[in-house]
Design a protein around this ligand. Structure first.
Ligand code: C2E
Ligand code: CA
Ligand code: CA
Length: 719
């Protein structure tokens, strides 16, 4: 057993040993190859060893300690033991050292010692490869000064190549040697498998071909310079780098680099392991450990992580952030009565809708059961949290279709703010959680802040939102119409439809108090549709009474442009009500134009294409630039009433108004002056060449019936 070349205690893997050592050993007279037990006992002794050290295998195998190869001086300083210890510590020991022949003669040898380990890491023994280089050293010393670095590199290379061939070719890791400039001097065949090139293609190439730009060999990768000089060979700990395969794809690698110095030349050797599979497995495990299997959302662990990151960022930027804790109302009942499958399906649906409520940079997670959490940076005091909470409640409002069931759920949301309510993830989640319970107590389907002061403000808003949710179905909206008149003579040529809300508990509510909230919650989509239908239906009636030239203007919120399907909706409503598009005006804000998204431009083109006239509302308050108007199919502008109000007293405002009117004329745009309240204002506008107006001086907004009466009266007057 002892001395058997294929002894698996030496090579760890007998099959590997069989494959290569046999051949190499038979032939190798130049290399002494010696196998050692963990304590240095000689277990294997080849022909090269016999020639180099003079002992017959029978004399030493199983009988002697490898210390007999050392000089007496070495033995005195305990070098044999130290060398083995160094090899086990850094994975390899290499040195140019004095050695002793059986006959007592000393010579200089290159010695490489590599430890052999069990899978557990326990040392089984060592492989010791040595070669007599006394001759070379003499030669080298004589010629050293003449030799340039390049020749030295080649000498060093020959030396290292031979050394590697024994161990390198069987390795599953790629082994790549390169010089200080990064030129590849040696690669083994395992590199072919990893990088897709054949060896010949890699030799002499830059290492960056395989590992782009990540190795700086000039930094001593092995640690301090001192250790390099002492040992001449040191390994750096493994680092993770990206390699590039011949076909271009990136390969995750684990690379350890050794630096070997021979004379003045530095040769580096990288042991490169392809860790693709391991990475993949790690990612899989990581994903499973951090996500909720049902919804695919981050789980508690990952979410807490995200909050912590967000907090760190908020702290750096002196920003605030919010955590929203959502618990579904009545979920337990659904789950118990309809079964887990329905419950699961519902949770998936909820997760889906929650995702659509978030902005970039917001984060969402499921904590388990029917509990979800959202965290978001706050740019405006408390506001973002409110609008997201409202968006979520609104998103849940629509029933969920699960199989045959139409399920209605609502949610209760608790909100905590950083840093007011807590400075770390744990504290913020606790605060949001308790605020959520408060929301449940308040009757569900609402949100509550952890900080009581904010609750008051939020609560009034919430009542508003809740009421708005019902306003459509309870028929609480009406439209009033404000006449648009010709400045010369005051003839009514059209009307602007304006929304009114008759709130049962409060009375009449004007749009300024609720339009913004409907935009923020998305309710504007449904309300806007109602307005359009209503206005078109009304227009149809007036047309039937003979007012075929009457134009009706409808306000469109920029929020309505953001949702898909606006154009199709308009077409459908026009068809349903039987009103020609040319009788309809849309009033849009400068914001819609300024956004200039391809979608917005496209919708505007298509609306104009079917004959709808487009007016820019509140002109002058936004970006006040006529210059960009020609890029859009705009027909007219409405000068904002603030300019009209001030123009008579304020020279600046009067100049703005005349400039707008003049430029609009040049751009062939119609102009309507809004908010005309006096004869003086009307005169001024007329003098500037403005031809249309709207304002209390002429008419206040009136009911459809009253508007009809005005038309009738006028047709008598003007006929
Ligand atoms: P707007 O489009 O600028 O509508 C004109 C507003 O000016 C109306 O207020 C009208 O009552 C008021 N107004 C008219 N003449 C005078 C005047 O001589 N002096 C003064 N001080 N005010 C005058 P209202 O009806 O309260 O509407 C306010 C805003 O709400 C509207 O401004 C519009 O932006 C928005 N809005 C109204 N209805 C709708 C709607 O159906 N959809 C959308 N998206 N927004 C609407
Ligand atoms: Ca308007
Ligand atoms: Ca306006």
């Amino acid at each position: 057993m002892a001395g058997n070349l294929f002894d698996s205690t030496i090579f760890g893997d007998a099959a590997h040993a069989l494959e290569f050592i046999g051949g190499v050993l038979q032939a190798s007279t130049e290399y002494s190859i010696i196998g050692l037990g963990f304590d240095g006992t000689i277990l294997l002794w080849n022909e090269g060893a016999r020639r180099l050290y003079g002992y017959e295998p029978e004399e030493v195998v199983g009988k002697a300690n490898y210390a007999i190869l050392h000089t007496p001086e070495d033995i005195q300083t305990d070098a044999p033991h130290k060398v083995l210890a160094a090899a086990s510590k850094s994975g390899k020991w290499e040195g140019t050292v004095p050695r002793r022949h059986k006959n007592g003669r000393q010579f200089i040898a290159r010695v490489v010692i590599t430890p052999r380990r069990e899978a557990s890491g326990k040392i089984l023994g060592y492989l010791l490869i040595s070669r007599n280089i006394s001759q070379e050293i003499r030669l080298t010393e004589e010629r050293q000064t003449e030799l340039d670095a390049r020749t030295l590199a080649e000498t060093a290379l020959r030396d290292s190549e031979a050394r590697y061939r024994i161990v390198a070719e069987t390795a599953t890791d790629a082994i790549i040697s390169f010089d200080e400039a990064g030129k590849i001097l040696f690669v083994n065949t395992a590199a072919e498998r990893i990088f897709g090139y054949v060896v010949a293609e890699m030799l002499q190439q830059s290492l960056t071909l395989l590992i782009p730009g990540s190795l700086t060999v000039h930094d001593n990768p092995a640690g301090t310079r001192k250790s390099v000089d002492e040992q001449k060979y040191v390994y750096s700990p493994a680092v993770e780098l990206s390699g590039r395969h011949r076909d271009g794809h990136l390969i995750p690698l684990e690379v350890s680099i050794g630096e070997y110095r021979q004379h003045r030349v530095r040769i580096f050797t990288a042991v490169v392991r392809d860790v693709t599979e391991r990475k993949h497995a790690e990612e899989q495990v990581h994903y499973l450990a951090h996500h909720d299997a049902l919804t695919g959302l981050p789980n508690r662990v990952l979410f807490r992580d995200r909050i912590s990151q967000m907090i760190a960022q908020a702290r750096r930027n002196r920003q605030r952030m919010a955590v929203l804790f959502l618990d579904l109302d009545g979920f337990k009942y659904i789950n118990d009565s309809l079964g887990h499958q329905v419950g699961d399906e519902l949770l998936r649906g909820v997760a889906e809708r929650l995702r659509t409520c978030l902005r970039q940079g917001d984060s969402i997670g499921r904590l388990g059961g029917d509990e979800f959490v959202v965290s978001l940076p706050i740019y405006e005091e408390g506001r973002d949290a409110v609008s997201i909470a409202e968006k979520i409640l609104t998103a849940l409002w629509e029933p969920f279709q699960v199989g045959q069931e139409e399920l209605h759920v609502s949610g209760s949301i608790g909100i905590s703010l950083y840093p007011t309510d807590g400075e770390d993830a744990e504290a913020l989640m606790r605060a949001a959680d308790s605020a959520m319970y408060y929301a449940k107590e308040k009757g569900r389907n609402n949100y509550q802040f952890f900080t009581p002061r904010l609750n008051d403000v939020a609560q009034r808003r919430q009542v508003l939102v809740n009421r708005l949710h019902h306003a459509l179905s309870r028929d609480e909206f009406t439209l009033v119409y404000q006449p648009l008149v010709e400045l010369n003579g005051g003839k009514i040529f059209g009307g602007e439809a304006l929304l009114r809300w008759h709130r049962p508990d409060v009375g009449l509510v004007l749009p300024s108090e609720f339009i913004r909230v409907t935009e923020e919650t998305g309710l504007i989509t449904a309300i806007g549709e109602w307005v359009l239908r209503q206005a078109c239906g009304q227009l149809k009636q007036w047309r039937e009474r003979g007012y075929l030239n009457l134009r009706i203007a409808v306000n469109l919120s920029s929020e309505q442009f953001r949702r898909p399907g606006l154009f199709d909706l308009v077409v459908r409503i026009l068809r349903d009500s039987g009103v020609p598009a040319v009788a309809l005006d849309f009033e849009i804000t400068e914001g819609v134009l300024m956004e200039q998204t391809p979608e917005n431009i496209e919708i505007l083109r298509r609306l104009a294409g079917i004959g709808i006239q487009l007016a820019v509302d509140d002109f002058g308050t936004g970006y006040s630039s006529l210059a960009y108007l020609h890029r859009f199919p705009i027909d007219s502008i409405k000068i904002d009433r603030t300019f009209v109000h001030r123009m008579v007293q304020d020279a600046n405002d009067s100049e703005i108004v005349s400039a707008i009117i003049a430029m609009a004329g040049r751009l062939k745009l119609g102009v309507i002056a809004e908010g005309v309240e006096s004869a003086e204002q009307a005169d001024f506008l007329r003098a500037q060449g403005c031809r249309a107006a709207q304002g209390f001086y002429y008419h206040e907004p009136v009911s459809a019936q009253a508007f009809g009466a005005l038309l009738d009266e006028q047709s008598v007057r003007f006929s």
